[in-house]
Design a protein around this ligand. Structure first.
Ligand SMILES: *[C@@H]1O[C@H](CO)[C@@H](O)[C@H](O)[C@H]1NC(C)=O
Ligand SMILES: *[C@@H]1O[C@H](CO)[C@@H](O)[C@H](O)[C@H]1NC(C)=O
Ligand SMILES: *[C@@H]1O[C@H](CO)[C@@H](O)[C@H](O)[C@H]1NC(C)=O
Length: 350
């Protein structure tokens, strides 16, 4: 009984998070008598579910070209095909599109005709992961909320392409070929709603010049970043999760206080070259410092406040729950002052 109860909860949780628009779409279209009309207008390569007339499923069909998309379509699934090009006529009638999933195809930058996405004034999600793009497609509709471009070969971001995307909340560029020179100080300017930026697995040696102030999740893992400028995170007052695993950070490349960010809950610095534990805020809950070069551990030094005396009377205890320090050559036992500082610690890996 318990298990069934839990999974129902989980499903409704996921449904609310991931599919809110889909559900609304079905509510908005109580039009069963149009079944024949909708079926008639279905490209023969694709599947048009009668109960969901705004969706068009053309995924996993070995398609080399995109069929003509009927005007009624909001949700377009074209993932896992062999599509190489997107031409101007592709979306000419489909101006109501909200979602386009073109993940895992063979689309190149030259294969995208200039301005194909420009007329899609309602487009919210554009997924082009696992293609052969060398540039971020431009121009993009200003309505976009999610742009997923992971696992392409992107090394160029056209000037100003993100500047008017005021509603973009998620930009995923991980596993591409971004260089320091790809990013200029106004590349991400204008992304005033951006919550998640993922530029992991690229070829950056520096932090991006300027990031939008509202970012909450910043993923920079597996680059070759050596240093972080002083005050880099000062304007990012909503930053919750910062991942810099697998870089080349050294003590000399950063100020010890640079990660003392009071909004931060999750800080990941595994596989770097640090010998000193950076200062953390009292609010931090997860800290990954495994596989660095730290060989001594002092709770007194690491504690963000003077070591709390009487637990019962201490209101602002350090919130750290999870601490990884393995792969550093730190020898047990765990110092007593560490345990006295981090009273809420649930897991410590040495
Ligand atoms: C667009 O709609 C017009 C009018 O219904 C139709 O003649 C034309 O073939 C459509 N074009 C595409 C590419 O679907
Ligand atoms: C951004 O979202 C708001 C609220 O949903 C909407 O009113 C506005 O038109 C959107 N902006 C663009 C450029 O689409
Ligand atoms: C970290 O920041 C807090 C609050 O902003 C401050 O009180 C504290 O002294 C800082 N810690 C270090 C080591 O700078």
């Amino acid at each position: 009984m318990n298990i069934i109860f839990c999974s129902t909860l989980l499903v409704s949780f996921l449904t609310n998070i991931v599919w809110p628009r889909t559900i609304r779409a079905m509510d908005d279209q109580p039009d069963p008598y149009n079944w024949l009309f909708y079926t008639f207008e279905c490209p023969q390569e694709c599947f048009c579910p009668p109960s969901f007339p705004n969706a068009l499923y053309c995924d996993n069909k070995a398609l080399k070209e995109i069929p003509a998309i009927p005007a009624r379509i909001w949700y377009l699934y074209l993932q896992n095909n062999l599509i190489e090009t997107i031409t101007e006529k592709t979306f000419v009638n489909a101006t109501q599109l909200k979602w386009i999933n073109l993940n895992n195809n063979k689309i190149t930058t030259d294969g995208i005709e200039k301005g194909v996405f420009n007329n899609l004034k309602s487009l919210l999600y554009l997924f082009l992961e696992d293609n052969y793009l060398e540039e971020v497609p431009a121009p993009l509709p200003t309505s976009l909320e999610q742009l997923r471009l992971a696992r392409n070969k992107i090394s160029t971001i056209p000037e100003g392409v993100f500047n008017n995307l005021e509603n973009l909340t998620m930009l995923d560029l991980h596993q591409n070929k971004l260089l320091d020179s790809t990013l200029s100080s106004n590349t991400f300017q204008g992304l005033s709603s951006l919550i998640q930026l993922n530029v992991a697995q690229n070829s950056l040696t520096k932090m991006p010049p300027i990031l939008p102030a509202n970012v909450m999740q910043l993923f920079l893992d597996s680059n070759s970043i050596q240093a972080i400028p002083e005050h880099y995170f000062d304007a990012m007052v909503k930053l919750v999760s910062l991942r810099l695993n697998n870089n080349k950070l050294t003590d000399g490349g950063l100020q010890i206080k640079v990660f003392n960010i009071s909004s931060l809950l999750d800080l990941q610095l595994s596989y770097n070259e640090l010998t000193i534990i950076p200062a953390i805020s009292i609010h931090l809950e997860h800290l990954h410092l495994d596989n660095n070069r730290i060989n001594s551990l002092s709770g007194t030094q690491m504690c963000p406040i003077p070591i709390p005396g009487d637990y019962a009377y201490e209101r602002n205890l350090p919130q750290l729950r999870y601490l990884r320090l393995d792969g550093n050559g730190i020898k047990p036992p765990v110092p007593l002052d560490l345990m006295l500082c981090f009273r809420l610690l649930q897991a410590l890996v040495i």
